[in-house]
Design a protein around this ligand. Structure first.
Ligand SMILES: NC(=O)C1=CN([C@@H]2O[C@H](COP(=O)(O)OP(=O)(O)OC[C@H]3O[C@@H](n4cnc5c(N)ncnc54)[C@H](O)[C@@H]3O)[C@@H](O)[C@H]2O)C=CC1
Ligand SMILES: O=C([O-])CC(=O)C(=O)O
Length: 337
């Protein structure tokens, strides 16, 4: 049988924390499956190059059967040439007391040149995931600089929020995470995001009904959702920073693996959440990169259509979308989109 051509993956910020957690899982086959060979292009800025070179040495030492080649770059044009998957991780993380939007000025300048390099040389089937914060608006900037790449190839990571929501919900409804389906993160990867369980089921039963049963009625369930679940998920990044002293790393890498795995190989067990370029669905202005309920069909994300939104959900989505619009206005004022 002829061997499949290796998939070329460019990882920016490969010498940083998330890069280090991500590279070994990609090379092990966790992201694209046990039959897909990978070539890894590690992109860094000069001060991160030694970290990336060290990671490359360790990748070699791991003798991964699926790893066909590793190369370290400091030039985006060279690093994105021929790439099938661009994982845009490289950016400054926030520290205690900051919101992710505070990183806009520090990080926004990174994503225009990278979008241009993707436009210039990436493979025709390139898919892009932005992890560096503020992820949604950085994806908007990258897409704006890549006019020849279809907009639906640009995404930002909200799978970490989705996974956090599953993990918070499971013990409360009393099921394993794998039994929960059709949970949604809407909006921005920020404290305004809306983790929504209205359509979720656990073991085939409505999550809303299970919560009411386990917490003592619909009012108690609603109180738990509004006062505990939503803020805990939305502010989990800050909680991690407070406890660890720096932002999430391994869980962010794991969510990136999940996002790409499902995008390329398809979703199963219901939908998931990803920030994609809006086509106007659910009243989210066209062009904003917003999180939606999504399924991957034939290698492309499709926004799940036709979900009913009550007044609470509508309000929460509108608040997060307003923040995305403010971020877009801010980068417009900087001439970045
Ligand atoms: N979307 C999400 O769910 C999450 C996003 N993040 C974000 O991911 C980003 C990376 O986090 P860490 O790896 O912990 O940070 P880090 O500081 O450990 O690593 C970032 C790396 O990016 C490199 N870098 C900076 N500018 C670059 C450029 N123009 N090209 C290539 N590389 C560049 C740096 O040299 C550094 O090695 C941060 O912005 C953080 O806020 C973190 C967790 C979750
Ligand atoms: O909170 C941060 O700054 C890092 C991040 O995006 C997350 O953990 O969700």
């Amino acid at each position: 049988m002829a061997a499949k051509k290796p998939i070329t993956i460019t990882i920016t910020g490969a010498g940083g924390q998330i890069g280090y957690a991500l590279l070994f899982r990609i090379a092990s086959g966790a992201m694209l499956g046990p039959d897909t060979q990978v070539r890894l292009n590690l992109l860094e800025i000069p001060q991160g190059l030694r970290g990336a070179e060290g990671a490359a040495l360790e990748l070699h030492d791991s003798a991964f059967p699926l790893l066909s080649h590793v190369e370290v770059y400091d030039d985006p044009t060279a690093a994105f040439r021929g790439t099938n998957l661009a994982l845009l991780v490289g950016a400054r993380p926030r520290t205690a007391g900051m919101e992710r939007g505070d990183l806009l000025a520090a990080n926004a300048g990174i994503f225009g040149p990278q979008g241009e390099a993707i436009n210039a040389g990436a493979a025709d089937d390139v898919r892009v995931v932005v992890v560096g914060n503020p992820a949604n608006t950085n994806a908007l900037i990258a897409a704006a600089h890549a006019p020849d790449v279809p907009a639906d190839r640009f995404t930002a990571l909200t799978r970490l929020d989705h996974n956090r929501a599953l993990a918070q919900l499971a013990p409360t409804v009393g099921t394993p995470v794998s039994d929960i389906r059709d949970l949604t993160i809407w909006g921005n990867h920020s404290a305004t995001q809306f983790p929504d369980v209205a359509h979720a089921t656990a073991g085939g039963q409505s999550v809303a009904a299970l919560l009411a049963y386990r917490l003592g009625g619909p009012d108690a369930a609603r109180e738990w959702l509004v006062d505990h679940f939503i803020p805990r998920v939305a502010k989990r990044g800050a909680e991690i920073i407070e406890v660890r002293g720096s932002s999430s790393v391994a869980s962010a890498a794991s969510a990136t693996i999940d996002h790409v795995h499902d995008w390329v190989l398809g979703t199963s067990n219901g939908w998931t959440s990803a920030a994609v370029v809006s086509d106007g669905s659910y009243g989210v202005p066209e062009g904003l990169v917003s999180s939606f309920p999504v399924e991957s069909v034939d290698g492309a994300w499709r926004i799940v259509q036709g979900l009913e939104l009550d007044a609470f959900a509508r309000h929460r989505i509108d608040v997060s979308v307003a923040e995305l619009q403010d971020e877009r206005d801010a980068v417009r004022a900087l001439g970045l989109v």
